[in-house]
Design a protein around this ligand. Structure first.
Ligand code: PGA
Length: 315
């Protein structure tokens, strides 16, 4: 094909074929791709066969029943993502010219953001009813993987990493606090030494969590090691475990936003706490934000104060 015949692919490829290929690659099989595109499976295989012939290389390697992208497939997949981003941007620009803000916002956030993201998104969608939102909630490690693969428009996380080029703007404090069941003997005691916490079992988030990394670093910086009784992959599960008396935990104070100051958990007054962290609104440096993503960015920056920790929850 191509290098000795410029424009060959542009003349021979169809957008439909790229769409079929993208769905097979993303969903990992013909059947699921066919379902998601409302096509029959033979149509999907035929489109893929034509595409592979045009490219002149296999796009998938099949091992047993599993499909893996070949090198050529991976390169083509990247092109599909770029083409679909460009078309989406075009759609938004056109609706912007018509005076409507329409399109899709793809937002990925760390788990603690789930305590305010749905509220802020609700308000954003009230302003821009034509916008669809895709919200991914995951831990720090997986979020960093998503950033490196350019999977979303915008990201929200704690301390951004130093080794990736990012546009990162702090927008809201994210204090981390020590939580205990309300009836615990340490509740109400002033200035509890950090060392005293070693006498208590601890509940930690899963490896890969930014909250966990911060807690581990704090103890390590003081030459201490917490006694870990349990690891759980969700902030809500940890709150339940603390309330059930399984141990203490360090979590974002935002995790208490729904039950307020009167729930089954109390914040301990421990030396060095709250750990003052910030949340950052982030995207890869140089990325052109879509019109909808830019609108959300601006909206969040003007609205952020409304999502701060309420006074009654402050330690
Ligand atoms: P986590 O992230 O959900 O991975 O604990 C929290 C953070 O980065 O602020």
């Amino acid at each position: 094909m191509s290098s000795d015949n410029p424009g060959f692919l542009a003349r021979r490829l169809s957008l439909r074929q790229l769409q079929v290929f993208e769905a097979v690659a993303r969903l990992g099989g013909y059947t699921r791709a066919a379902e998601s595109l409302h096509l029959t499976q033979p149509t999907v295989s035929m489109q893929l066969k034509k595409l592979s012939n045009t490219v002149g290389l296999p796009l998938f390697d099949q091992v047993g029943k599993k499909l893996y992208l070949s090198d050529a497939g991976r390169t083509l997949y990247q092109t599909c993502v770029e083409v679909s981003d460009s078309l989406e941007r075009l759609e938004m620009q056109i609706s912007d010219m018509k005076g409507l803000k329409q399109g899709r916002l793809r937002l990925a956030v760390v788990t603690t953001i789930e305590y305010f993201a749905p509220r802020v998104l609700g308000k954003f969608c009230e302003h821009y009813p034509g916008v669809d939102v895709e919200l991914k909630v995951t831990n720090r490690k997986r979020l960093l993987e998503r950033i490196s693969q350019n999977q979303d428009d915008l990201y929200i996380l704690g301390q951004p990493p130093d080794d990736v080029e990012l546009d990162a703007r702090p927008f809201l404090p994210n204090p981390l606090v020590v939580l205990a069941p309300r009836g615990h003997s340490l509740v109400g005691q002033p200035r509890i030494p950090l060392k005293r916490l070693l006498e208590e079992p601890f509940i930690l988030r899963e490896p890969g969590s930014g909250t966990r990394k911060t807690v581990e670093k704090l103890f390590a910086d003081h030459g201490l090691q917490a006694r870990v009784r349990l690891e759980l992959g969700s902030n809500e599960a940890i709150k339940q475990a603390v309330a059930g008396g399984l141990g203490l935990a360090v979590l974002s104070q935002h995790t208490l936003s729904l039950e307020g100051g009167a729930g089954p958990l109390a914040v301990l007054d421990v030396e060095g706490f709250p750990l003052e962290r910030q949340w950052y609104l982030v995207y890869p440096k140089g990325k052109r934000l879509s019109i909808v993503a830019q609108a959300f960015y601006d909206f969040l920056m003007t609205e952020r104060e409304n999502y701060n920790i309420p006074d009654y929850l402050r330690v």
